[in-house]
Design a protein around this ligand. Structure first.
Ligand code: ATP
Ligand code: FE
Length: 349
């Protein structure tokens, strides 16, 4: 069974073809970083217009690179939510029209379910159910118990902002250059390079650790701590940007470790694997820190960085069990900009 999947929930326009034997025939990702960098973050309207412009050619490339045509496709999948409302409508409309015109079955996919199931597409021996998933992305920060491909329980969620959105804001605040892959990799690179020597010994920055002991993430306080530190110094030119960025990054990652340990205390006996995915999971330091923070028989799984960030191969894979079970959506399906993993099988109307 061969699926053509489309993804446009945030700022990447993606199309991919994947089959039930896990072969990835093509995986096209057209990023928009160059458009958003100049504007200081993702602008929903700019993203929507770019998706509209790019989606047809991205679909064409996915077919051409796979050397396939629509006649070789058995089903069409797309990201139904969660995501930016206008952006979601681009992959939804394109997928519905392709499916209807070619008389193919259609499946709408939960974007975070797809991030979670990525190792089952890519790994020789994927984790067995149940396992824990730490999702650290632009829109989410949560720890989820994954009981099966369609049974998810959110154990720990953010009460305010996601770690990725916070990273992106702090990158802007501290004037940290983006890499061609965006703001997060910019922070990673900046933190790894030495501070200019003429700044002298770095000051001691002391970030907050929010809600100790609570099973919840919070990143708004960490962001405002960076803001306060900058304004107390009289501007970003008066702080040691490298030292401050590192203090922020360490605190952001330490919170992930602390909450994961709390969850493992309650659920560690039932699971053997923790899958870490979402864009922030491509950070090398985070990977090392998480591995060294947990003792015992728990094994960490990090999907390869290119599949941690948004792509349509993961969407195709997350739709596969439904196609194989003959469980399709109607051509009049609507997008779900907000959609909790807890409501995967009974989405809001
Ligand atoms: P969601 O999946 O929640 O809808 P999204 O798809 O926009 O959000 P992803 O593409 O999974 O998010 O991740 C993007 C986030 O990951 C951005 O905030 C980005 O800055 C961050 N990120 C990417 N690479 C790194 C890195 N190396 N270090 C830290 N953060 C990173
Ligand atoms: Fe994502």
């Amino acid at each position: 069974f061969r699926v053509l999947a489309l993804e446009s929930s945030a700022d990447d326009t993606c199309a991919a073809i994947v089959d039930a034997s896990r072969r990835v025939w093509s995986n096209v990702v057209e990023p928009q970083n160059h458009l958003h960098q100049a504007l200081g973050g993702i602008q929903p309207m700019v993203a929507l217009l770019a998706h509209q412009r790019k989606m047809p050619n991205v679909v064409r490339r996915a077919l051409t690179e796979a050397k396939l045509e629509m006649a070789d496709i058995d089903g069409v999948a797309f990201t139904r939510g969660p995501g930016l409302p206008g952006c979601l409508s681009v992959c939804l409309n394109a997928a519905k029209t392709l499916a209807a015109a070619n008389n193919k079955p259609l499946v709408g996919v939960h974007h975070m379910q797809a991030h979670t199931l990525t190792p089952h597409l890519t790994l020789e021996s994927p984790p067995s159910f149940p396992f824990l998933s730490l999702l650290v992305s632009g829109g989410h920060t949560m720890i989820v118990l994954v009981n099966s491909v369609k049974d998810f329980r959110v154990l720990c969620n953010t009460v305010d902002r996601s770690i990725g959105a916070t990273i992106d804001r702090v990158v802007t605040l501290l004037n940290i250059p983006w890499t061609e892959k965006g703001p997060g990799p910019g922070l990673e690179k900046f933190c790894a390079e030495p501070a200019p020597e003429d700044l002298g010994p770095p000051p001691k920055y002391d970030p907050p650790s929010p809600m100790p002991g609570k099973l919840a993430f919070s990143y708004a306080g960490l962001h405002s701590w960076v803001e306060r530190t900058v304004s107390a110094a009289g501007g970003v030119e008066n702080v040691n940007r490298h030292a401050l960025a590192r203090a922020f990054q360490n605190a952001a990652f330490a919170q992930l470790e602390t909450k994961l340990q709390l969850v493992l205390r309650a659920h560690g006996h039932a699971v053997r694997h923790v899958v870490v995915s979402g864009g922030v999971a491509s950070n090398t330091l985070l990977r090392q820190q998480l591995k060294s923070s947990v003792r015992g028989p728990i094994e960490f799984i990090f999907p390869e960085p290119a599949l941690c960030t948004d792509n349509a191969a993961m969407i195709a894979w997350a739709s596969m069990h439904r196609f194989l079970a003959g469980d399709h959506d109607n051509y009049d399906i609507h997008p779900l900009p907000t959609w909790s993993l807890d409501e995967l099988n009974n989405p809001p109307q």
